[in-house]
Design a protein around this ligand. Structure first.
Ligand SMILES: Cc1cc2nc3c(=O)[nH]c(=O)nc-3n(C[C@H](O)[C@H](O)[C@H](O)COP(=O)(O)OP(=O)(O)OC[C@H]3O[C@@H](n4cnc5c(N)ncnc54)[C@H](O)[C@@H]3O)c2cc1C
Length: 433
């Protein structure tokens, strides 16, 4: 099974959660030569029958997915290339701005972004995993992890039906409401109250205002369904250039924050065009991000990845990208494993690389959400005026355009492969001995 001939220490990884984060981790770790088993509480059919889903693949994820066999063809064959964003005023649907992926912007971003049905990407990863001897246990809801005390001890994963899987390490990719995150949070000194030093321009909108921004939703809708709804069909007229899916993000303030009431009634989501949409079951997810001081447990047997570790903003643009980046970095580091004594050092690398990146994304996303959900008033007017410049491409002010794109370009030009290779180049020699 081992494809990595340089690996002389093979571990067994149990991966909790078989969504995008879990499957990418299983693939990268298997490719590195480790034995991997995925434990997923849902059944396989659940993943193959998802509707109205559209994973957003920002350009930095496109770059990383090109490391996975067949993904480039999948993206071009089944994905809808992102043409950019249009911004509409909540009350009226009036077009107030458009950030279009022009050739110049695509060149600055480094790659094209896509939207692709969740099921397509899941199925591709699943097939790759099975062809790399990854084992799957569906209908396996993990409800306990008993970590080994020393590095050489084994770890047990238990299900609600009392099944047991024994492994060397557990990677928890169990999503936003992660069960495994609790284990790490219950360790002493784990909530990180310090803000890392990160250089975000114009960062006047930090986490302190986060509580006001806790309601937004997004749907991916087939354009023909949108045509049935008078309000939504107007969106197609103004800017639709895609083929399969239209991504609709709706931002509104918490009902309790009257001053931020932008006039959008969240209940209206249920009346959007089609009966089917309202019948979709959504797992409740609270906007309650935590900053963990470590993404791994004290025994070095448990690692969190994807939404489990970031408790990222629900519907954030970069959630899937972060999950796959986490998986890639973990897989790269464990492809270097020579002995179990090296594990804590590799996990230090994982923590260092991923914590810095997560913080950066979180701040940028908060800034975007804040801007998009400004209440009526002078700030909203100023925002609309700035965005309004983008409606007249011919005389758009370069400086304003740069400001509007700045954060997106900085987050999308990140290359996880470069980041982990650089870390390994700088620190790997110390850890090899
Ligand atoms: C079915 C599905 C459809 C999605 N569709 C979209 C979409 O259209 N657009 C979008 O932006 N995001 C979507 N997401 C979310 C998106 O996948 C994530 O935000 C992002 O990709 C990070 O993925 P993740 O693997 O870290 O977390 P998630 O995708 O949330 O996956 C967590 C997985 O862990 C499993 N799990 C949770 N607890 C346990 C447990 N105790 N034992 C075993 N398994 C457990 C869950 O069933 C789930 O499969 C979807 C997620 C799922 C599961």
């Amino acid at each position: 099974m081992a494809e990595n001939e340089n690996l002389n220490c093979t571990l067994t990884f149990a991966i909790v959660g078989g969504s995008i984060g879990g499957l990418s981790t299983a693939y990268f770790l298997a490719q590195a030569g480790h034995k991997t088993i995925v434990l997923e509480k849902q059944n396989k059919q659940y993943f193959l029958t998802q509707k109205f889903t559209g994973l957003r693949i920002p350009p930095n994820l496109t770059l990383l997915l090109h490391e996975i066999p067949g993904m480039a063809d999948l993206l071009t064959g089944r994905g809808t290339p992102s043409t950019g964003f249009t911004l509409h005023q909540g009350e009226t649907f009036e077009l107030i701005g458009q950030l279009i992926y022009s050739e110049k912007i695509i060149s600055d971003l480094g790659n094209v972004g896509y939207r692709i049905p969740y099921t397509d990407i899941w199925r591709h990863l699943y097939d790759l995993c099975t062809s790399h001897s990854v084992e799957f246990l569906f209908d396996f809801e993990v409800n306990a992890v008993v970590c080994g005390k020393t590095l050489t001890d084994q770890t047990k994963v238990l299900s609600s039906l009392k099944q047991e899987v024994v492994c060397d390490m557990v990677v928890a990719a169990d999503g936003h409401n992660s069960f495994a995150r609790e284990i790490i949070m219950n360790q002493p000194n784990d909530i990180d109250t310090e803000r890392d030093e990160i250089d975000i321009e114009n960062d006047n909108i930090g986490s302190s205002q986060f509580s006001e921004l806790d309601s937004w939703d997004r749907l991916s809708i087939a354009p023909q369904l949108m045509q049935e709804d008078p309000a939504l069909s107007s969106l197609l007229e103004s800017s639709w250039e895609g083929t399969d899916q239209y991504g609709l993000n709706i931002y509104y303030s918490d009902k309790n924050h009257i001053s931020y009431d932008a006039g959008w009634d969240p209940e209206k989501l249920d009346s959007i065009s089609v009966k089917e949409i309202s019948s979709i079951e959504r797992e409740p997810r609270s906007q309650n991000p935590v900053n963990l001081s470590s993404y791994t447990d004290v025994t070095n047997h448990l690692v969190l990845i994807g939404d489990a570790v970031h408790a990222a903003l629900v519907n954030g643009l970069y959630n899937t990208a972060l999950a796959v980046e986490d998986a890639f970095v973990l897989g790269f580091l464990f492809s270097k494993l020579k002995s179990v004594a090296q594990i804590p050092n590799l996990l230090t690398g994982y923590n260092d690389i991923r914590k810095a990146r997560t913080r950066m994304i979180r701040e940028v996303q908060l800034g975007i959400f804040h801007t998009l959900s400004l209440p009526p008033g002078p700030q909203q007017d100023a925002r609309n005026q700035a965005f309004g410049q983008t409606l007249h491409q011919d005389d758009v002010n370069d400086e304003i355009l740069a400001q509007l794109w700045n954060h997106h370009i900085s987050t999308c030009s990140y290359n996880a492969k470069d980041a982990v290779e650089e870390w390994w180049h700088n620190w790997g020699t110390f850890y090899r001995e």
